[in-house]
Ligand binder design. Sequence first.
Ligand code: TRP
Length: 428
Amino acid sequence: MTETRDRWSSELGLIAGAIGSAVGLGNLWLFPMLVAQNGGAAFLIPYFFFTITLVWTGLVIEFNTGQIAQQGPAGAYKELGMPFGKIVGLIPGLRPLVVFAFYSSIAGWTIRYIAAPVSNGFWESPGQFFGSVNSGANSAIFAVVATLIIGTIVYFGVKKGIEPATKVMLGLLFALIILLAARGVLLDGSLEGLRYYLIPDFDKLTPTVVLNAMAQAFFTASLAGAPLVVYGSYLSDKADTVTAAITTTFGNATIAILAGFAIFPAALAVGIEPATTGPGLMFISIPQIAQQIPGSSIVVSGFFLAAALAAISTGISIMEVPVDTLRYHTGLSRKKITPLLVGFIVLLAVPTAMSSELFNLLTTVVLYSGPLAALLAPIGLFWAYDGKKTLERINEGPGINLGGWFIYWGKYVYPAGILFAYLWDIFG
Ligand code: TRP
């Protein structure tokens, strides 16, 4: 390989990159939709359970897979001594292409929506307006725009592109989502929505809801043995990956929860039925909240700008994985690979943006296969490499240390926990 490995400018770069990857449309768009489709507040119970057990520990495992191997998923498993590691690595190394295929559509809709307030249709019939944006050529054009923006940042690499872009975008997003959540809660008639969002009906807690909650907890944290492994590999030796994992996990969950506060009170107050609204939920609810705020056009544009930025910083991390994979296998440079990859992705993204069947299919496949893809990292570290050495490497950095329990956690509990949720759904 001709290039040396990219590096974060500091450990904070990893945290910004990881939060930038985690906080995305999975929080703003998918989370409220899944809450609505999975029994409302009941969904939150397994969601939090998985977040405080599997998710943050999974992040520690994935960061360290990358850091110890000094490779993205393409090379990490071979490096850690896994049989057929180079072939196995192609699964997490290329799976993000499928994620990107539908992710670029939603990213494109958010970009289109920045200018939505100037259209009367957006205010008068938000549902119809969404229908025109999310189908046909409109949808395809903006998916391509999103792909080109993301590709440009990836082209410039970690220090000049990914890290500074992500830091700016995150700050803006945090501020705007807090404003909207506060407005949602203070709306007249918000009580019904708050009840829906916060008071669980335990009868709704089925094995399928539990599996969906796990799939979402993994998706929203970007936990799939891919972007976080690559981002971990950009760390030099000593870094506090435990603090980075905890910060990322809880920062990410906070944004999702705030998105729910922004969306549910408003949706129920104006009679939107969240469970049946599907992918339009975020897009249709926001104009309803904004209508009741002075300067509504600016609030709407601001919200979708923040959503677009979240989608872009996430998209960067998704595209970075196949860039790393192709770099590993061909030895070509980032600047040669990125344009080629963007061309290929456009070929996948355009049909996905134009067909809601394909869009739904890919979204479902990605969501359910995520935790399975996340099994590779613990197998690589704790079985192929070595549990004890892994723990030593984790604790080598400054900051929080983990106890000996983590060896058993990584080797048995974490993978078994993932598998259990699937088996329970199949046989439960
Ligand atoms: N975490 C992102 C979100 O919430 C989605 C995501 C980023 C992702 N990278 C991924 C999902 C890799 C699966 C695999 O929007």
